[in-house]
Design a protein around this ligand. Structure first.
Ligand code: KG4
Ligand code: ZN
Length: 349
């Protein structure tokens, strides 16, 4: 019998132990998650320092780093969970979105492991994984709720109507918010990864510059975002000042940009809460690690008596535990792949 035939006969367990693998960008992450909610281990080997000199992730370097790290990360994840390969009930893996070469390392490794162990192979959307991090944070959490998805590749307000159906209320029409952080970081002379460095610099600055308001006369969805204009405005602001020989207060630029980029996320999320009548809000994606966003969001939720599900910073940025959480949901549905599974650079939100 082939693996493809096996799929039809896999038994779906109630409390599966899932080994989850994430290699979409510059983190080789492997985690063991029980029943979709309990993290037994969570390992990350990052190649960020190798990209730092180039001002952004170099796909070729990321792919190579994944091939070098994936065995070690898996061994560590099994050891710290205190389990062996034979205890694994399924392998979940990020199939996209992300860098194709990087994704292929995880997908190929996951396929080989699933085949060798004779267990289901569960393909997972990285984006849905970010949203599912909320289930690891609050073990009692059940949909519906609103999720702010704010990462390096995506920005959206998502109505999580149930475990499987997500309604995108609005999303960015151009750049993602994390991308804007990274590009602003570059023009301010800050190193990759840009987001955390902009946040650090912003702490020394004041919100004194009125950057343009997003989509002011836009007729589309009230939940849509646009970060390209804001980013360009900041870049031009810096260049103009430099050409005139004016002294720019970089910390003020960082602080003003951070407010302009983040405040709108909060406003739109609360608009969604009001419109849907929900009172649970979750934060997801790498920008969710931003201290200013976390603080502002916590204050607003407390004031408006909204329950906030705030994953730890490690579970906002890329990790494999979130892939285990979403992998569990897909496992329960029997959404298994065969060995023809391919990586996808772009997946639908
Ligand atoms: O979710 P993520 O780790 O990867 C993607 O799926 O894209 O998000 C990465 C993005 C990067 O753009 C990074 O600069 C941003 O999240 N980021 C931050 C912070 N930490 C990470 N942005 C602002 N403040 C932070 N502290
Ligand atoms: Zn991500």
């Amino acid at each position: 019998m082939s693996y493809k035939d096996d799929i039809k006969n896999f038994v779906i367990k109630d409390d599966p132990i899932i080994l989850a693998i994430e290699t979409s960008c510059d983190e080789t992450a492997v985690s063991v998650v029980r029943s979709g909610r309990e993290i037994l281990s969570d390992e990350i080997i990052s190649s960020a320092v190798q990209h730092s000199a180039y001002g952004g992730v170099v796909p070729e370097i990321a792919s190579r780093a994944h091939t070098e790290a994936i065995f070690t990360a898996t061994e560590r994840a099994l050891n710290s969970a205190g389990i062996g390969l034979n205890d694994i009930d399924a392998i979940a893996v990020t199939k996209g979105a992300g860098l194709l070469g990087a994704l292929l390392v995880g997908v190929s490794f996951a396929k080989a492991l699933a085949f060798a162990l004779g267990v289901p192979l569960v393909p997972v959307s990285h984006i849905r994984g970010h949203i599912a991090a909320a289930y690891l944070t609050d073990k009692e959490l059940e949909p519906p709720f609103i999720s702010i998805l704010a990462s390096g590749g995506h920005t959206a307000i998502v109505n999580v109507t149930d475990y499987y159906n997500h309604k995108i209320l609005g999303q960015t029409l151009d750049d993602a918010v994390g991308e804007a952080f990274d590009k602003v970081a570059r023009v301010l002379g800050l190193k990759y990864p840009g987001g955390p460095n902009v946040e650090k610099l912003a702490k020394d600055g004041k919100n004194t510059i009125a950057f343009p308001q997003m989509l002011k006369n836009y007729k589309g969805s009230a939940y849509d975002f646009s970060y390209s204009g804001l980013k360009t405005y900041v870049i031009n602001y810096v260049h103009n000042a430099e050409q005139k020989g004016e002294n720019v207060e970089k910390a003020d630029i960082a602080c003003s940009f951070q407010s302009a980029a983040v405040d709108v996320l909060i406003d739109k999320a609360f608009k969604a809460l009001k419109e849907t009548g929900y009172n649970v809000l979750a934060l997801s994606g790498g920008v969710g690690a931003n201290g200013y966003l976390r603080e502002k969001l916590s204050e607003r939720c407390e004031k408006e008596k909204v329950k906030l599900v705030l994953p730890g910073k490690r579970y906002c940025t890329d990790n494999a535990a979130m892939i285990g959480a979403e992998g569990y949901l897909q496992y329960k549905k029997g959404n298994f792949a065969d060995l023809t599974l391919n990586a996808e650079a772009v997946v639908k939100l």
